[in-house]
Design a protein around this ligand. Structure first.
Ligand code: COA
Length: 317
């Protein structure tokens, strides 16, 4: 499998730390020091499906393909306005594609899970060109009165087109059921028969535990992949890591012993946009002319579940 196109869209409403100071007991200094985040873009007038469609269109244009060339569409999403139909069905209609589609929810690691599914479909010749769209609005899962969570997240969409090739060198997924450290329950309609306690609350997160799991699992995944592919940490051009917190990114970089220049980041501008973070950062590198054919890239992400995913891929464009 190889990546032949990328695209991304961020909402227009940029919320700075100073804007949060106006209604939360927080400071720019605290947020910057603990997370590296200076601002995040959150949905205001946009609809997530429109952003997802636009990111997908940009990725298709970058790949020189049209919607008719796509054999399968995977959308990675945690929440959106619809429980059903799947977001992928809505995106398919907007694009005018006719291929089958599916939504997956592997939280912030969703892009790597989608790549793994795409790789299998391509290998068994069920599809040639696959569109992956990661579209997320975590700003709608948090309480905006909770300073511990709402400062961390932003919304956005990132997409990639993948096709047949030898460029995916190794991929690794893990899931370990650790549900109490990070969860968000869906509000369900009442019925005349429900007689159990149901407390639907905004996103719950034990930040310190998530931090520790994130750093240790990402380092473990990356080390395994490097040893599997016989690569040294410095053979990698860029480590495209999940953009949750600059301190998490720095800790992973320090454990791996690689230079800052190898670990690009945009968390300071967008906050944590869940599974859209990896394709959006990749798109920034691609469109910014930072990638050359043959460059080796590591992707690594972690999220609620606890899920992790990582891969080594050679840049093919
Ligand atoms: N502004 C000011 N103070 C804040 C604050 C904010 N926005 N958020 C929390 N605090 C306070 C807490 O209330 C606490 O105060 P207390 O000591 O009086 O109780 C204090 O800061 C320390 O809180 P703590 O949670 O221990 O801080 P921390 O150093 O662990 O940083 C996170 C908190 C959330 C930034 C950090 O744990 C983190 O990034 N975890 C990972 C989260 C993540 O990546 N989630 C998504 C995974 S996909």
């Amino acid at each position: 499998m190889k990546i032949i196109g990328t695209g991304a869209v961020h909402p227009t409403c940029a919320v700075s730390n100073e804007m949060l100071e106006k209604f939360l007991d927080t400071t720019d200094e605290w947020i910057t020091e603990r997370t590296g985040i200076k601002e995040r873009c959150v949905i205001s007038s946009e609809k997530l499906e429109d952003m997802a469609y636009e990111a997908a269109k940009r990725a298709l244009e970058d790949a020189n393909l049209t919607a008719a060339d796509i054999d399968f569409l995977i959308c990675s999403n945690v929440v959106n306005e619809y429980v059903t139909p799947a977001l992928s069905c809505i995106i398919q209609g907007k694009l005018g594609a006719t291929c089958p589609t599916v939504d997956i929810n592997a939280a912030c690691a969703g892009f790597i899970y989608a790549m793994d599914i795409a790789d299998d479909k391509i290998k068994c010749k069920k599809a040639k060109n696959i569109l992956i769209v990661c579209a997320e609005e975590p700003s709608r899962m948090v309480s905006w009165q909770n300073r511990s969570t709402c400062v961390l997240f932003g919304d956005g969409a990132g997409a990639a087109v993948v096709t047949e090739g030898d460029e995916l060198k190794a991929i690794r997924l893990t899931t370990s059921s650790l549900t109490e450290v990070l969860y968000y329950q869906r509000h369900l309609e009442p019925t005349p028969y429900i007689n159990k306690d149901e407390n639907f609350e905004p996103l719950v997160m034990k930040g310190r535990e998530v931090f520790k799991h994130a750093v240790s699992s990402s380092c473990k995944d990356i080390r395994r992949l490097l040893s599997q592919t016989g690569l040294e940490p410095n053979d990698i051009k860029y480590y495209v890591l999940h953009q949750a917190n600059k301190r998490i990114i720095d800790s992973i970089r320090n454990f791996l012993g690689v230079d800052e220049s190898k670990v690009p980041h945009n968390v300071e501008r967008y906050g944590n946009i869940s599974s859209a973070a990896l394709p959006a950062l990749l798109d920034e590198l691609n469109r910014g002319g930072k990638l050359q054919k043959g460059d080796k890239l590591v992707f690594s992400a972690f999220g609620a579940g606890f899920t992790t995913g990582a891969c080594v891929i050679e840049w093919a464009k």
